[in-house]
Each structure stands twice: as structure tokens, then as C-alpha cells.
Design a protein around this ligand. Structure first.
Ligand code: FES
Ligand code: FE2
Length: 447
């Protein structure tokens, strides 16, 4: 069956209709096009600069199917290479992260330095190579595009892309809210988790922005929090929810809201207030002095940021960075880290890590509920008797063009915004994902 874009996304703003066809989560042709057009056809997030902080440090990742090596050389220059040996294509660096002056290919021992230059071809002199071979560059191929926004590293397999700053647009200000929490920037807390779930990558994309599921999918977590509030008042893990004003109509009746930006980046947020339950509390005064109260208050808001298509940063009682890697229509790999401002006190770091384990880790009390829900959706997507999904309609009449008094506080200019009470749970921010998706996929399907 030949698919048309209008068969996949039913976007009719004048009729107040926005529906998504289940096929976009299951169809192998759609998945293949997503890999080529989104993950190998434009900017994707690669990692954080602190993953390769010192001379010769490196880490590996993927841009779509393309294996990537991000490597710092001895002089401090950071580069991204395609992680494949020019000899017969073997993946060169095998581990997630490390330190190497030289990479020796495990297949035939061609050797490369940390600047990607070929340093040795085994038995070259005896190899009876022709001159044409000698004229070739035997070094590693740089990734066609590589850029660093304040320690957030992005790359593109496609060479012709808009500059990163333009691609991120206003969403740079959301990354600033993370990067500016310390004068020295941010770092990944040592340790990381990789897990897979048997469902489409866009379920993770959507769920980060999904306030609607929280009380439904996480009842056991909420029960534990309630019990702690009664029994363990003062405990660092319990206290953020105890002090949370998010669901209590703060800020003149507004609990939070959502912002959508060009190119599919979105933010949903809630008011927490300046509370000691947030590890940043020790810096509350200093941050207000350095950045002003508006920006400081935003750093204390609950914020779920998606940088389309593969980076999510969630900050509430703790802080998580997630990288989404689609493997098959029904299989996704997640790599997750706790992120933190550099130089925070041992007490704040402890609090951040404990709260991280509690909520974010796959062994915690929330993430398994989410991944099971994604897998349930993937099973349910086979029910194509009615192909159209109805989960994109909440907030339709609340969504307005431009920002509001909250975005104004940090001169943030979204394309659209919604102000919400505790039950609105906007679903129009997904429209930003799928409009960016549709724009990037145009030409792939019949008109
Ligand atoms: S594939 Fe790397 S040396 Fe042969
Ligand atoms: Fe959840």
C-alpha cells in the first residue's frame, strides 16, 4: 500500500482536528524514512562535552544507523568521526566511553590517533600497494556536521543542514536554563543506564510531554509518596512532592503549561517554587544575582524539554538527560543519565542522586510504568479497525499563538503556548512534533 502524508497525520486546524494514524508507529516504510530523513538527514544530539572532558577522552554513539566516535585529541580539540575503519569497515571504537591516544582496529590492526589520523597500516611496506592507494587518505572520516552548543554536542550525517543555532532557535534558551545552573556548566553524574523497550521511539518522544498519564499510570508511585509524606516527613526523597505547588494552582491559578517551538522542540512545565526539595536550592540566591529572578525561577520550575528528534531533558526533584535511539518500528533503545551543575555540594549531589534513583531510573518507581504503557500501545496499534488515534485533542481551545507572561520572564518566544491548571494536560504540543515530522518527511510519500 502506498502511503500518503495525509493518511498518517490528519491536521486540520480550521476544523479543530488533529489525529495521528497508528501506522506511523508500526509501518516499516515509515520507520525507514524516519531513519533516513530525521536521524541521518539532520541534526541529532550526540552527547555532553563532559563525556570527553580530558585529552584523548572519547565516547561512542549513533546518528541513526551511523556509528559515531566523539573524540578529543591531545591538544584539546573535540571532533566527531564516523566510527568505522576505512579498511574494511569494522566498527573501530567498541566501548561506550574511554580514553585512547590510539585506536587499533580489532580486525587487521590499522591504527588511528585521537585526531583521527591514520598512524599505521600493518605490514604496509610488504603490502605491494599501488600508488593510487598511497594517494588515498587513510584517516577516519569526520561526521559531516558537528557542533557544540554550550556543552551539548550535536552532529549530522547530512552535510547540508541549517546551522545548529538556527535549528535549535528559541530552544537554546531552554538549554541555557540547564547550562547556566553553574558557572562551570553541567556534567553527567558518573554511571549511566541503557535499556530497550518493545515499542516505537515516538512513544518516548510523546510521553515526556504527557502530563495526562501521570496520575493514571503511576498510582503505586503516588501511593508511596503519600505514605512517605505521612511517615517520613523531612526525608529528602519525599520532600519535593510535599513542598510541590505544581498541582496547587500557584502563580495566579496557573500550575504550568506548554510551549512549542519551530522544528519540533517543545517544553512542558510546572511551578515548583523555590524549595529546599530541589538540589539547586543552595544556589538560589547566587543564581538570582547572576541571572535575575525570572531566569532563576525558571530553573526551579519542573521542566520537560524535547529537542527534536532524540534529546530529552527532564528536571523536577532531580534531573535526567535521555537520548532516544530507534532500532526498529517496535524497538527503541534509551540511554539515560543524571545531569547536574558542576561544583554542587556533596549534600546537593546526594539529594539529586537519591531522587534520581527514586523517580527516573528504570529500577525506580516511575519509568517501568511508562515503558509498559509504551509496549501496551504498540500491541494496541495492531487494532487498525479504527486507524486514527484521538490523543492529540486536549488543549485545542487553550492553545494560543506566541508566548505569555511566564515566557516573557526569560524573553522566550515560542510559536504557541498553553497555560494550564492541574487537569488540562495539553496535548497540542505534540502537534509541534508531528508538524516538524511531516515537514521533514514531505516528498517521502505521495501527495
Ligand atoms: S577493518 Fe579495520 S583494519 Fe581491517
Ligand atoms: Fe510517566
Amino acid at each position: 500500500m502506498t502511503l500518503r502524508l495525509s493518511d498518517l497525520i490528519d491536521d486540520r486546524p480550521t476544523d479543530g482536528a488533529f489525529r495521528v494514524n497508528r501506522a506511523i508507529f508500526t509501518d516499516p516504510g515509515v520507520f525507514d524514512a524516519e531513519i533516513r530523513r530525521l536521524f541521518e538527514g539532520g541534526w541529532v544530539f550526540l552527547g555532553i562535552e563532559s563525556q570527553a572532558a580530558g585529552p584523548h577522552d572519547f565516547f561512542t554513539t549513533f546518528a541513526g544507523r551511523v556509528p559515531v566516535l566523539v573524540q578529543r585529541d591531545g591538544e584539546g580539540t573535540l571532533r566527531a568521526f564516523v566510527n568505522t575503519c576505512p579498511h574494511k569497515g569494522a566498527r573501530l571504537a567498541q566501548v561506550r566511553q574511554g580514553n585512547a591516544r590510539l585506536h587499533v582496529c580489532p580486525y587487521h590492526s590499522w591504527t588511528f590517533d585521537s585526531a583521527g589520523r591514520n598512524k599505521a597500516i600493518k605490514w604496509q611496506k610488504a603490502g605491494c600497494y599501488a600508488e593510487a592507494f598511497d594517494r588515498d587518505d587513510h584517516g577516519l572520516k569526520p561526521l559531516p556536521q558537528f557542533a557544540n552548543y554550550r556543552g551539548f554536542l550535536f552532529g549530522s550525517v547530512a552535510g547540508e543542514v541549517t546551522p545548529l543555532g538556527e535549528y535549535l532557535g528559541e530552544a537554546t534558551k531552554l538549554l541555557d536554563l540547564v547550562a547556566d545552573q553553574s558557572e562551570d556548566g553541567l556534567e553527567l553524574v558518573p554511571g549511566q543506564v541503557t535499556f530497550t523497550y518493545e515499542a516505537n521511539w515516538k512513544l518516548q518522544l510523546e510521553n515526556c510531554s504527557d502530563a495526562y498519564h501521570f496520575t493514571s499510570a503511576h498510582p503505586s508511585y503516588i501511593r508511596v509518596l503519600e505514605r512517605r509524606q505521612k511517615e517520613m516527613s523531612g526525608d529528602v526523597v519525599a520532600s519535593v512532592w510535599e513542598n510541590s505547588d505544581y498541582w496547587k494552582e500557584e502563580a495566579e491559578g496557573v500550575g504550568g503549561g506548554s510551549y512549542s517551538f519551530a522544528n519540533g522542540h517543545v517544553l512542558n512545565w510546572g511551578v515548583f517554587g523555590i524549595t529546599p526539595a530541589i538540589p539547586l536550592y543552595e544556589r538560589a540566591g547566587e543564581l538570582a544575582e547572576r541571572h535575575g529572578e525570572g531566569k532563576r525561577d525558571w530553573m526551579f520550575n519542573m521542566r520537560n524539554v524535547t529537542i527534536f528528534p532524540n534529546l530529552q531533558i527532564a528536571e523536577n526533584a532531580s534531573s535526567q538527560l535521555r537520548v532516544i535511539r530507534p532500532i526498529a518500528p517496535g524497538l527503541t533503545e534509551m540511554r539515560t543519565w543524571c545531569i547536574a551543575p558542576k561544583g554542587e555540594s556533596a549534600g546537593a549531589r546526594r539529594q539529586r542522586i537519591r531522587q534520581y534513583e527514586d523517580f527516573f531510573n528504570p529500577t525506580g518507581m516511575a519509568t517501568p510504568d511508562d515503558t509498559v504503557s509504551y509496549e501496551n500501545c504498540q500491541i494496541g496499534f495492531a487494532g487498525t479497525v479504527e486507524p486514527w488515534l484521538q490523543g492529540y485533542a486536549r488543549g485545542m481551545t487553550a492553545s494560543v499563538a506566541g508566548g505569555n507572561r511566564f515566557s516573557d520572564r526569560i524573553d522566550l518566544q515560542p510559536e504557541r503556548s498553553v497555560l494550564a491548571d492541574s487537569q488540562l494536560c495539553d496535548e497540542t504540543l505534540y502537534h509541534a512534533y508531528y508538524r516538524a515530522w511531516a515537514a521533514r518527511m514531505a516528498g517521502e510519500f505521495e501527495a
